[in-house]
Design a protein around this ligand. Structure first.
Ligand code: ZN
Length: 327
């Protein structure tokens, strides 16, 4: 019979454990002489699941980290405590880039495109095309790129460095408000905005003939409804997907962290164009998702970023959805 006490590492247990390990070391081959080399390569960065008749794939542009100082509205020690309570580092906040790809049977649709080759947030990003290839998806087959908003980590994978489009046969969907705001030449004079404006212009302006402006409530593609979710940017959009009787939300940056912006959804984020409006949108959307028990994908959540929101007190709890390993 095994008793709980058998697993406690008392001083004596530690000593005996060490002695036993010493014996084992004499019996087992030295790890340095293992026959198989260490592989030192992570699994491919894609995850596939089904949603009614739609085949969905999450691919990654890679991850980066931001400073916790970008989260404001509560004292910084409180932000650090929330991270520590969840066994997360308190000096940097890891951020994934979960790109959703849908194959509806008729259309191949990509939601957001990652940072491209720009290393604004460190070396970990820029693998969108590699991940697509790992997932067996050819960029030439993509019919639509849906851009939630014109920030670099969502838009800058549209064009390659040589000025050619990464998805040569795709129409590009974006809100007119974000297009106008982020391609506005007058903002080039603002040194804080210059880099983002130049980038948005590079990826949007030459593509103007194939851009479709999407409106709040519009079914932009079969089973894909665009919904205005302003605040993070003026024209930030989220999406509601339906297939049969199933619904699934694509949140983009309505919330960017599963602890900080769930437990304290009123927390403000440094990249929000209008933080107060972003908070109002976030609370409204999370309320709706919790109430209707609708699963969602959040672009920056821990890989692959799919889960549920439940209400708790004034805030919410994030419940990651178990991975579906058989299609
Ligand atoms: Zn983002």
């Amino acid at each position: 019979m095994i008793r709980a006490g058998d697993f406690s590492l008392s001083r004596r247990g530690l000593f005996l454990g060490a002695a036993a390990a010493g014996v084992a070391a004499n019996l087992l081959p030295n790890p340095a002489s293992a026959k198989a080399p260490q592989i030192n390569k992570q699994a491919p960065y894609y995850y596939r699941f089904s949603m009614g008749s739609i085949e969905a794939t999450v691919i990654s542009d890679g991850s980066f980290a931001v400073t916790p100082k970008l989260f404001s509205g509560v004292p910084q020690p409180e932000v650090e405590r929330m991270l520590t309570d969840h066994f997360l580092p308190s000096d940097n906040v890891a951020v994934e880039q979960n790109i959703l790809v849908l194959n509806t049977g008729e259309k191949l649709i990509v939601f957001d495109t990652g940072l491209g080759s720009a290393k604004l947030f460190g070396p970990g990003s820029g693998r969108m095309l590699v991940s697509l290839k790992e997932a067996g998806i050819d960029p030439k087959d993509v019919d639509a790129i849906v851009v939630s908003h014109a920030h670099p980590d969502h838009l800058w994978g549209v064009m390659a460095d040589d000025g050619k489009p990464n998805f040569p046969n795709a129409q590009i969907y974006i809100s007119e408000a974000d297009y106008d705001f982020w391609t506005d030449e007058a903002k080039l004079a603002n040194k804080d905005m210059k880099g983002f404006i130049e980038g948005a212009r590079k990826h949007l302006v030459p593509n103007r003939p194939r851009i479709v402006f999407m409106k709040d409530g519009q079914e932009i593609l079969p089973g894909v409804q665009a919904l205005a979710a302003p605040g993070h940017t003026i024209g930030h959009m989220m999406f509601m997907l339906t297939s049969g009787n199933k619904a699934f939300a694509v949140l983009a940056d309505t919330t960017v962290h599963p602890v900080l912006m769930f437990e304290t959804p009123r927390l403000e984020f440094g990249f929000d164009s209008d933080p107060k409006q972003a908070v109002a949108t976030r609370v409204r959307v999370l309320d709706m998702l919790a109430e209707q028990r609708i699963p969602f994908i959040a672009y920056h959540f821990p890989w692959p970023g799919i889960g549920y929101a439940a209400k708790r007190g004034d805030g919410f709890v994030y419940h990651p959805k178990p991975l579906q390993m058989v299609l």
